[in-house]
Ligand binder design. Structure first.
Ligand code: ATP
Ligand code: MG
Length: 450
């Protein structure tokens, strides 16, 4: 219990009153006993008898002298008592104030949200609050020792080597290393406490933990750089695609159109009906080639089967075309038919992921077998593309590789998860899970169809 509590105060007041009563009682009893003994023993008469022969020395006056001395002594001691009780009251008041300021100190130092500490000039912790123990990891490790100097490295020199002319040393961002090697970023203020000889005696520190903010900002700026690179790549890819389309239109369509124009110009000059029919047949053949070429171009621009027959057939067609271009690779598929009823945004993402994965396999994998798996599960849509090729060589990634990043971004834009697993000479497995509310999405499809 606190010594200044009302209960304690009452108890000590009662004790004082009791002891005063006891003292009064003892004084009264002493006076009464002395009077009683004086009546029996007659000491004053005996004294007077004894003092009579010494009358010329005025010895008989001594009792009055003793009485005066006793009264003066009582007066002095009661004055001293009053002084003592004033001194005690002053001390009590000072103690109360000291206690209040201790409580204030504890509240500010101990319970503050900032990590507060006092360290010697070598960085050894003298005292710290709970917030500091938590942010430094001391609380988790159950340690009492911490050296700020070794956590701060060379920065500590600037703080503790020479007395600073300014009252505080402020750092908007300090990166420290915890003993567990974890990063710890703080906004810090230090105050040097100097001795009488102007030497640094202690360092007082106030830390605000900004680790999460720092990491989030770092991630954001990294994402910003990635986004800029992706946007640049998208523009470049668009340009390349346009060039390819222009080339294809020129080489395939243009070439056959020229041939048709020449044949059509020749026909009016032919009298012979049989020869004319040869030209007409050639025109029809060239028109057919043009039709095939245009269909191929349109399919590349947007998989037509996706609109016409749904995702499963579009993938089958994509894989069919890819297998024709890569006859040395054997391909197996397991596609869930219910995936045809997915919303367009999801279908396009899945189609493009499989398309990029197949392109990567033909470009980088040297695989013999590819397996494509698509399943509509409870937790969402599950896609897996697996090959048995070389696997991703750590040295082969270039800053201009965007395919895998694009896949991840597409999946993340649908709040899905993307996992890329690769082992040397054991191929690459790409797994994506796209969550969606099955009933809601089906309704959406029905609504769009209706
Ligand atoms: N199936 C795979 N087998 C082996 N290596 C692969 C496979 N897929 C990707 N890689 C490796 O990963 C790297 C990154 O692939 P990514 O698709 O991101 O870029 P890219 O194919 O090089 O270029 P692009 O941006 O045109 O797609 C590739 O350069 C390649 O080395
Ligand atoms: Mg690629």
């Amino acid at each position: 219990m606190h010594e200044n509590s009302p209960l304690m105060k009452n108890t000590s007041d009662n004790n004082r009153k009791n002891s005063q009563r006891r003292d009064l009682l003892i004084a009264f009893c002493t006076v009464a006993l002395t009077y009683f003994l004086s009546i029996i023993l007659d000491p004053a008469e005996h004294f007077m008898e004894w003092a009579e022969p010494l009358e010329h020395g005025q010895i008989d006056e001594l009792p009055f002298v003793f009485l005066a001395a006793a009264i003066v002594a009582i007066w002095f001691s009661s004055r001293r008592m009053r002084e003592l009780s004033i001194e005690i009251a002053t001390r009590r008041e000072a103690e109360k104030k000291a206690h209040e300021s201790l409580i204030r100190f504890q509240t500010l130092f101990e319970e503050g949200l900032s990590g507060n500490f006092i360290a010697d000039r070598y960085g050894n912790l003298v005292i710290c609050n709970q917030a500091f123990r938590i942010m430094s990891g001391m609380a988790v490790r159950g340690e009492d020792q911490f050296n700020i100097a070794s956590a701060l490295g060379s920065e500590w020199q600037a703080i503790a080597r020479d007395p600073s002319p300014s009252a505080y040393l402020d750092f908007p961002e300090l990166i420290l290393e915890r003993p567990d090697k974890g990063v710890w970023v703080v906004m810090a203020r230090f105050r040097q406490v100097l001795s009488e000889t102007a030497e640094i005696q202690e360092i007082h520190g106030y830390f605000t933990d900004i680790t999460e903010q720092y990491l989030a900002e770092k991630e954001l700026s990294q994402l910003f750089v990635e986004n800029r690179a992706l946007a640049g790549h998208a523009m470049q890819a668009q340009e390349e695609e346009r060039c390819r389309l222009a080339r294809e239109i020129h080489d395939d369509v243009g070439q056959y159109l020229t041939a048709i124009r020449l044949d059509a110009a020749t026909i009016p000059n032919i009298d012979d009906r049989v020869s004319a029919s040869v030209y007409l047949e050639r025109i029809a053949k060239h028109a057919e080639y043009i039709q095939i070429a245009i269909k191929r171009i349109i399919r590349r621009l947007r998989p037509a089967a996706l609109d016409a027959h749904g995702l499963v057939e579009a993938i089958q067609q994509l894989v069919h075309d890819w297998c024709k271009q890569n006859p040395e690779i054997d391909c197996s598929m397991n596609l869930d038919e219910s995936c045809n009823r997915l919303p367009e945004t999801i279908s396009i993402v899945i189609f493009r992921i499989i398309q990029e994965a197949l392109t990567n396999i033909s470009r980088h994998a040297q695989a013999h077998h590819v397996d494509i798996y698509l399943k509509n599960k409870d937790q969402g849509l599950f896609v897996r593309i697996k090959d048995d090729g070389l696997g991703i060589q750590s040295s082969s990634a270039t800053p201009n590789s965007f395919g895998l990043t694009g896949m991840r971004e597409r999946i993340e834009s649908l709040h899905g998860s993307f996992v890329l697993a690769s082992r040397p000479n054991a191929g690459v497995t790409i797994t994506a899970i796209i969550p969606f509310n099955h009933s809601r999405e089906c309704k959406y499809v029905e609504n769009t169809v209706g």
